[in-house]
Design a protein around this ligand. Structure first.
Ligand code: HMG
Ligand code: MG
Length: 307
């Protein structure tokens, strides 16, 4: 697909701020601020929001109150509020909290799997089999992630075939979509093109999502690479918040504001009110006493362009 063909093409944004964005923050935020963030994101027009994570509170303390966050949000119709669930214990907690969707997270790198979820890739798939079967029985959609798709902080290079293998296994478990994670942001557009092309042999473009951390400033270019291959689901985090505690030095997902600005420039409809999103971006950075990573939020909307 060339750039002109993208105009008018539907695109789906999955907001990561409340989960990937906050999970690595040292400052413990109150539950009401977390719920307030989710509500503000929904009010700006975002319809898919990863709201929390039902993982071990010892591993990720910031996510310990995800059930309370779910209880504290004001649900907007049409918005899907999802959460990570690494095992059955997490899944049961998530169901009790009333999630609309869950996500299981695998890796294409054995070492990362061990560091992040304390088990091998094979064992993680076995755990996810149980989660997917239970979710299927309960009518809850499951999203899959593949971490380290463009490189691993422990292993280094990751073969595209290993990423594709993980995609195949997650699809076989019944994931309706698999998000391809550049966990440490080292991917560049040709590399991303090659890895995604290999993944497209396992799943169609409408079943793959792009989850790019922006550590090396490549994420927007990498998203263009994926859009041109026909992918149209993009994970992003307000203010570029976040990072993975088990990938030292990796920065947050690409900022949602920056992605929306680019997509609107391409003539794609996101349904997001960028001006409201920028307000939320400044608000959450003030709560966290943190520098805003979004170039668009820092610059503000240009007068002539509007939202
Ligand atoms: P483990 O220690 O091997 O688990 O952790 P265990 O089964 O041996 O249980 C140990 C203790 O944890 C027990 O408690 C369990 O009850 C408890 P104890 O008896 O000692 O008091 N436990 C739980 N508690 C609450 N909820 C649960 C749960 N499971 C066990 N679900 C485990 C294994 C998977 C739980 C752990 O490694 C973990 O929580 N890891 C999560 C790490 C994480 O959240 N990483 C960040 C998210 S992934 C990411 O950011 C990448 C992504 O964005 C894509 C990308 O960018 O690449 C998705
Ligand atoms: Mg991530």
């Amino acid at each position: 697909m060339n750039m002109a063909e993208l105009k008018g093409h539907p695109v789906s944004i999955v907001e990561m701020g409340p989960r990937d964005g906050l999970q690595n923050e040292k400052m413990q935020l109150s539950t009401s601020v977390k719920a307030g963030l989710v509500d503000r994101l929904a009010a700006s027009g975002l319809q898919r929001i990863e709201t929390g994570s039902f993982v071990s509170p010892r591993w990720i303390p910031q996510m310990a109150d995800s059930a309370e966050v779910f209880a504290g949000i004001t649900r907007l119709p049409g918005v899907r509020y999802s959460a990570l669930t690494p095992n059955m214990q997490g899944f049961d907690r998530a169901v009790q909290a009333g999630v609309d969707e869950v996500a299981v997270f695998a890796a294409a790198s054995e070492l990362f799997s061990q560091k992040n979820i304390n088990c091998s890739i094979k064992e993680s798939i076995r755990r996810f089999t149980d989660v997917c079967a239970a979710a299927n029985a309960a009518g809850i959609p499951v999203r899959g992630y593949v971490s380290c798709a463009m490189g691993c902080p422990y292993q280094g290079d990751v073969p595209a075939a290993d990423v594709a293998m993980a995609v195949r296994e997650l699809m076989a478990l019944g994931c309706y979509e698999v998000s391809i994670g550049d966990t440490i942001g080292t991917g560049t557009p040709q590399h991303v093109h090659d890895v995604l092309s290999r993944c497209l042999q396992e799943a169609s473009a409408d079943k793959l999502a792009m989850h790019f951390h922006d550590t090396y400033g490549q994420a927007l270019a990498n998203i263009m690479s994926g859009l041109q291959l026909g992918l149209s689901t993009i994970d992003a985090s307000v203010a570029g918040l976040g990072g993975c505690p088990y990938a030292q030095g990796a920065s947050g997902n690409v900022a949602t504001e920056d992605v929306i600005f680019m997509l609107h420039g391409l003539g794609m409809d996101t349904g997001v009110d960028l001006s409201r999103l920028i307000d939320t971006s400044h608000w959450i950075c003030a709560q966290l006493e943190r520098h805003n990573q979004s170039r668009v939020a820092l610059a503000g909307l240009p007068v002539a362009r509007g939202a």
